[in-house]
Design a protein around this ligand. Structure first.
Ligand code: ADE
Length: 266
């Protein structure tokens, strides 16, 4: 059965344009999942098809009215599954949530609700929303970009979407670390040469090297991802990286600071 995502949005064209392309576009074409777009404006009953109004108590921005949103959601009925409102108030979206939502999608649909800048009437949230998701501590002018980020990151975890299921294992965050840098032909360009290990054909060493690079990159760029387990593995990674030249590690994007830590006496 095709897995279903509904998106309630005042800008369906912005969503549908994106869904034609890349990995997500291919997955939809192959019926691995499908996306239905529901526009609350289609449920507004006055001649102007009004969906927003000024906030009680004053303030900037227009607020999405409850009624068209309720009608839009109710038109989906029980097929809506879990109803998620995209909002900076929500739980912070991450790789683990993407994986969990993809798992749930196998048995139950997902409905993503996009607000606009001023927000939506709280009573709609109280009555019709199961959970809220935020894509980061910043305010978007609407939920559409957040909904696309959620759909894209979920799609990667749906069986059959990525040609190479291994990428879910090696992609950034899969093991709590950033992915190692990647290179493609030519071997030498911009005065930088691809590290020789990656061209050696020795896959055991390549895997070890990539893991050590992941560790070093994450240590430098995302110290918040660091765990005791990573700290224990760091010494091993460091030894492996010390067997590679400084130039090669520089090509891998490591900074002078982390290179000093790798080659230093510590
Ligand atoms: N809508 C507006 N800002 C948002 C954010 N940071 N995350 C999710 N939805 C949003």
């Amino acid at each position: 059965m095709t897995q279903k995502i509904h998106v309630v949005t005042l800008m369906p064209d912005a969503i549908s344009g994106f869904l034609k392309w890349g990995v997500v576009g291919k997955a939809i074409k192959h019926n691995i999942f499908s996306v239905d777009l529901i526009n609350p404006r289609d449920f507004a009953e006055d001649v102007h098809r009004t969906v927003d109004d000024r906030p009680y108590g004053g303030g900037d921005g227009m607020i999405l009215m409850t009624e068209p949103l309720v009608k839009a959601i109710d038109s989906i009925g029980a097929r809506a599954g879990t109803r998620v409102y995209l909002s900076p108030h929500g739980e912070r979206w991450n790789d683990k949530l993407a994986r969990d939502f993809a798992g749930n999608l196998q048995s139950s649909p997902l409905t993503l609700i996009c607000g606009r800048y001023g927000g939506i009437d709280q009573r709609f949230i109280n009555a019709k929303v199961d959970r809220m998701v935020s894509v980061g501590d910043y305010v978007l002018s609407g939920g559409e970009i957040a909904a696309l980020a959620v759909i894209d990151s979920i799609a990667r975890f749906l069986p059959g979407v990525l040609g190479n299921e291994q990428s879910q294992v090696t992609d950034s965050f899969a093991d709590g670390l950033l992915e190692a840098p990647q290179f493609t032909r030519p071997p030498n360009i911009l005065g930088q040469e691809v590290p020789s290990i990656l061209r050696s054909g020795d896959h055991r060493r390549i895997d070890q090297f990539r893991e050590a690079l992941s560790m070093a990159m994450s240590r430098e760029l995302r110290p918040d991802l660091r765990t005791n387990n990573h700290d224990r593995q760091w010494q091993l990674s460091r030894e492996l990286l010390r067997s590679v030249s400084r130039d090669e590690l520089r090509v891998c994007g490591l900074s002078p600071q982390i290179l000093d830590e790798i080659y230093g006496d510590a």
